[in-house]
Write a protein that binds this ligand. Sequence first.
Ligand SMILES: NC(=O)c1ccc[n+]([C@@H]2O[C@H](COP(=O)([O-])OP(=O)(O)OC[C@H]3O[C@@H](n4cnc5c(N)ncnc54)[C@H](O)[C@@H]3O)[C@@H](O)[C@H]2O)c1
Length: 256
Amino acid sequence: MAALLQNHIAAITGAGSGIGRAIAAGFAREGAQVVALDINDKAASETAAEIRAAGGKAQSFALDVTDHTACRTIAAQVRDDVGAISILVNNAGINRRNAFVADADTVVKDWQDITAINLDGVFNVTHAFIAQLRANKGRVINIASIQAFVHVRTPSSVAYTTSKHGVLGFTRALATELGKDGVRVNAIGPGFIETPLNAQVRATNPELVKTFLDHTPLGRAGKPEDLVGPALFLASDLSAYVTGAIVMADGGYRAI
Ligand SMILES: NC(=O)c1ccc[n+]([C@@H]2O[C@H](COP(=O)([O-])OP(=O)(O)OC[C@H]3O[C@@H](n4cnc5c(N)ncnc54)[C@H](O)[C@@H]3O)[C@@H](O)[C@H]2O)c1
């Protein structure tokens, strides 16, 4: 059987760690040429080097998704150096779990940083690559969260929850606008996935981990590799008639 992503060029933000790195490797295994983007230049280049060492095709570029001008510059550089992309995964993101009533300066900084990366970043990168994606009838995959929905069990993190609702709204609005161009736009909603993003929580807050796992029917935390299948589905022709959707990869968290 032909590889699922043969002849595709896939750009992935936040590709230097966790979910982004796993998706980058998974796409490369299915034949895609990977463009690994991350604010952490070294981490992105390690991802690309690992892919090449495994026989795949990958290049990396340093990119801060909050910098709209830099996004446009990198999009042009990718087009010239690698080729026009046909797949974009908006994965770069951060989370902080301070309460809304915590120290005011902390709460304001959390709001600004989280919305700048998780929400403005998705806009900046998608906007910068949109001409390439339209030219190639491309696919956009936005990494949302179970916090794209409000749940009484989900701990407070107002900025993160708001940013992920925004990511889902952006996904649906853009899918509607770009459907006529053959561009598909979907989201993935990960549950509790073991990555550096929540390493501190896992190390210091076993009660919070228990809260998540008690409400996860599959009874375990996810691994970055658990996101690869859903991402491949949405990036490939397997999902040719799917757009404006969110695929939950949450061990069943939202089902109960
Ligand atoms: N881990 C989870 O449980 C979980 C659950 C739901 C959703 N998510 C989402 O998955 C995505 C990936 O998270 P992860 O768990 O792999 O985290 P991670 O911390 O392992 O990786 C995030 C990557 O994003 C990069 N990044 C941060 N700020 C950036 C910026 N301004 N520009 C470019 N790159 C930047 C980091 O350098 C890092 O490589 C995020 O959007 C996150 O919100 C994660």
